[in-house]
Design a protein around this ligand. Structure first.
Ligand code: ADP
Length: 368
C-alpha cells in the first residue's frame, strides 16, 4: 500500500485541531480567538511533526527498501558498496541492512558461481586441447607409417620413437590430472609422519642426477647436511613436491647448478630449490601455479612439461596448511621454497612417550 506522508500529516493535523477545538469549547471562558489560535497552532505543529517523522524516519527507509528490492530484481548490486559499513539502531534501517546483507551474500554467491562456471569451461577447453596435442601427434606418425613409411627401416624406427614419446607425454598428462583431481576430491588422504627431509631430498637427487648431468647441470645440496632434519608431513607427497620443483629447475636451466637447501627457523623447516635458470618474468609469478599456465608454451612442451607440475605442488602444500613461495629474476634464476613444521626423531618420540608413561604412573600412585 502506498500513501503519501503529506496526506497522512494533513489528516492527523486536522484531527488533532478538531479535538483541541472540541476540548476548548467545553471550557467556559474560552473565546473564538483562543480556539482559532489553538486550532491553527495544533494543526501546524501536528502537521510538521507527523510529516517530518514520516518523511525522515519511515517513508525514506521504506522507499530505500523499495529501491534496494528493485535493484536486486534487476540484478544491480551497485548499492552494496555504499551500505556495507552502515550500522543503526532504527528498526527500519536494520531491516534495510538485513536486505543489504542478503543482497551482498547473494551477490557473492552469484559471483562465485560465475567464476566456477568460467573456470569449468576454461578447464574443459584446456584439458581437451592438452589431450589433443599428443594424440594428434601420435596419430600422425602411426598413419604415416601405415601409408608406407614403415617399409623404410630407419624411418620406421624414427616415427615409432616419436609416436612413443607423444604417448608418454599423454600418459604423464593423465597421471598428473588424476593426481590433481584425487587431491582435490580428498581421495588421497595425507599421511602425516615424522621423517628426515634430508633423506627424501637425497632420493630426489639420486633419481634426477642423470637428467641433470645430461644437460651438464650440477644438482646437489647447498651445504653439508650430515645431521638429520626432522619434519612432520606426508613423506611421499613431499617427495613429489621436491621432485616437481627440481624437475622444473632442470627443464628451465640451460647452464649452472641446482641446489637444494634447508633452514631451520622457529619450529619450522624451510626447504628451498634454487636454480640458475631462465627465471620467470614478474608479471607471471603469481600465475605459474595455475593449471596449464606456462611462461613459454613451446619450451615447456619441448621438455615434456604437462603444465600441471606447480599446480600439484600448490595443492599438496595447501593440504599441509602451507604454501609455496617463489623469488625469480629473468636470466639469473629462481628459488622456490616452502615451510614444514619441525618433526621429531624416533628417539625423541620414544623419550616423550616414556615421559608420558612416567607421568601417568606417578599420577596413579598419587591417587592410590
Ligand atoms: P610445466 O610442465 O610447463 O613445467 P609447471 O606447472 O611445472 O608446468 O610450471 C609452470 C610454468 O612455470 C612452466 O611452464 C615455466 O614457464 C614456469 N617455471 C616453473 N618452474 C620454473 C623454473 N624453475 N624456472 C623458470 N620457469 C619455471
Amino acid at each position: 500500500m502506498y500513501f503519501r506522508s503529506r496526506v497522512v500529516a494533513l489528516v492527523l493535523a486536522a484531527l488533532v485541531a478538531i479535538v483541541t477545538v472540541a476540548f476548548l469549547s467545553l471550557l467556559p471562558d474560552s473565546t473564538a480567538t483562543v480556539m482559532t489560535v489553538a486550532a491553527l497552532l495544533s494543526f501546524a505543529s501536528t502537521y510538521l511533526l507527523v510529516y517530518v517523522a514520516f518523511e525522515f524516519l519511515v517513508m525514506r527507509e521504506i522507499s530505500e527498501i523499495y529501491n534496494v528490492l528493485n535493484k536486486m530484481r534487476k540484478k544491480d548490486f551497485s548499492f552494496i558498496e555504499d551500505y556495507e559499513n552502515h550500522n543503526s539502531n532504527n528498526p527500519l534501517k536494520r531491516i534495510n541492512q538485513e536486505i543489504f546483507k542478503y543482497g551482498i551474500n547473494r551477490n557473492k554467491e552469484i559471483e562465485d558461481l560465475k567464476k566456477l562456471e568460467a573456470f569449468r569451461r576454461e578447464f574443459l577447453a584446456d584439458v581437451s586441447h592438452e589431450l589433443k596435442t599428443p594424440v594428434f601427434a601420435a596419430q600422425g606418425f602411426v598413419h604415416t607409417l601405415l601409408d608406407g613409411a614403415a617399409d623404410d627401416k630407419k624411418i620406421r624406427k624414427k616415427f615409432l620413437k616419436r609416436a612413443a614419446r607423444s604417448l608418454d607425454n599423454l600418459d604423464a598428462l593423465i597421471q598428473d590430472l588424476l593426481t590433481l583431481s584425487q587431491i582435490e576430491t580428498g581421495e588421497i588422504k595425507m599421511h602425516f609422519e615424522h621423517f628426515n627431509i634430508v633423506t627424501i631430498a637425497e632420493e630426489v637427487i639420486d633419481q634426477l642426477e642423470v637428467k641433470a648431468e645430461k644437460k651438464n647441470l650440477k644438482l646437489k645440496f647447498d651445504a653439508d647436511y650430515s645431521n638429520p632434519i626432522f619434519v612432520h608431513a606426508d613423506a611421499d607427497r613431499i617427495y613429489r613436491v621436491i621432485t616437481n620443483l627440481v624437475s622444473n629447475s632442470i627443464k628451465y636451466t640451460m647452464e649452472g647448478s641446482i641446489h637444494i637447501g634447508f633452514e631451520v627457523k622457529s619450529e619450522k623447516v624451510q626447504v628451498y630449490v634454487k636454480d640458475t635458470g631462465v627465471g620467470i618474468p614478474p608479471e607471471h609469478l603469481n600465475r605459474i601455479f595455475e593449471r596449464f599456465f606456462r611462461v613459454e608454451k613451446s619450451r615447456s612442451k619441448e621438455m615434456g612439461g604437462t603444465g600441471l607440475g606447480l599446480a600439484i605442488v600448490k595443492h599438496i602444500l595447501e593440504a599441509h596448511n602451507t604454501k609455496v613461495s617463489v623469488i625469480s629474476t629473468v636470466g639469473k634464476g629462481s628459488t622456490f621454497s616452502f615451510k614444514l613444521p619441525i618433526g621429531q626423531s624416533a628417539e625423541e618420540m620414544e623419550e616423550e612417550l616414556e615421559e608420558e608413561r612416567l607421568g601417568l604412573e606417578s599420577l596413579e600412585e598419587e591417587t592410590l
